[in-house]
Ligand binder design. Structure first.
Ligand SMILES: C[S@@+](CC[C@H](N)C(=O)[O-])C[C@H]1O[C@@H](n2cnc3c(N)ncnc32)[C@H](O)[C@@H]1O
Length: 287
């Protein structure tokens, strides 16, 4: 397991860091990768032939996959906007941030509050390269990048970049969007999220989306097998299993629902059916 915080960066204005691209020695472009498959399926431009082959195969298994992935991004957008505007959160710790796709989390939060601070964490070197290059925050705010594995929560919390960017005395929104389906039972996803949340002060929030096969079991099962065949085994969760992440927290309305049903704002023009969405979403508040 790549358990260490191996690479990091921070910017208070223009982006910095190495050029993105296949020349980065730690980027394995010959094997499909979850972040790049997502990017391909939702129409981004940062992917390689292996990612496109995987994405095409998955869409053949479940043609609703692009609708599902866009609905997840839209949920992230609405949840983070709620946290910045209504809950007044000014610090964000985003785990499994993914390839930059506008609007990104810091754009949403810093539009609401220019002084918002965001730490992006991902274990994929390409994600970090692109993030540093493309995601420059406001001059008043702060945007930092940490290459680390979610399975090492203590390493994330101890990383100097995180300690520099975030004030430990102020509430933090921990955002864990579309990633825990890559954590298997032996990884103890609930325990990992708990260990990330526990040190955060009262008033902090948890926002998550959690993969499920509850609504299209056959199709989503086929997609999960396609990921597993490419070295990315998945653990999909029932609603009751999704609820375990929120034990002891106060769920904000409407609780744990499919992502497209979490405070829809009518912005999308797409018709979304429940059977097209394989993700629960929720936001909760810590006392
Ligand atoms: C499906 S993407 C989700 C990206 C973004 N949160 C979103 O919802 O659009 C999952 C991301 O989690 C990252 N990831 C997967 N396993 C990880 C781990 N163990 N630690 C840190 N990041 C991980 C991947 O590199 C990828 O960028």
């Amino acid at each position: 397991m790549d358990g260490d915080a191996t690479d990091s960066g921070e910017t208070t204005g223009a982006g910095s860091g190495p050029e993105p691209g296949p020349e980065h020695d730690a980027v394995d472009t010959g094997t499909a990768h979850s972040a790049r498959i997502d990017d391909y399926v939702i129409g981004g431009k940062d992917h390689f032939p292996a990612d496109r082959e995987a994405g095409d195969a998955m869409v053949r298994e479940w043609p609703a996959l692009p609708v599902h992935m866009r609905a997840n991004r839209d949920f992230m957008n609405r949840a983070v906007r709620h946290l910045a505007r209504e809950a007044g959160i000014r610090q964000f710790l985003d785990i499994g941030s993914g390839i930059p796709t506008s609007p990104d989390l810091h754009e949403i939060t810093q539009a609401a509050a220019p002084d918002a601070r965001v730490v992006y964490v991902d274990n994929d070197p390409l994600v970090l390269d692109l993030s540093r290059d493309l995601m420059s925050g406001t001059p008043e705010g702060r945007t930092a990048y940490l290459r680390a594995d979610m399975r090492d929560p203590a390493g994330i919390l101890a990383a100097p970049e995180l300690r520099t960017a975030l004030d430990p005395g102020l509430p933090v929104a921990l955002t864990v969007i579309a990633i825990v389906h890559f954590l298997l039972d032996e990884h103890d996803a609930v325990g990992i999220v708990r260990r990330l949340l526990d040190p955060l002060p009262p008033g902090s929030h948890l926002a998550m989306s959690i993969g499920t096969a509850d609504f299209a079991p056959e199709e989503v099962g086929r997609v999960a097998r396609a990921y597993a065949a490419r070295g990315m085994p998945m653990r999909l969760r029932t609603r009751a299993e999704a609820a375990e992440f929120f034990t002891g927290l106060d769920l904000v309305d409407p609780g744990i629902v499919q992502v497209h049903r979490w405070r829809p704002d009518g912005a999308g023009t797409e018709v979304v059916r429940d059977a097209d969405i394989a993700m629960y979403g929720a936001v909760a508040h810590k006392h």
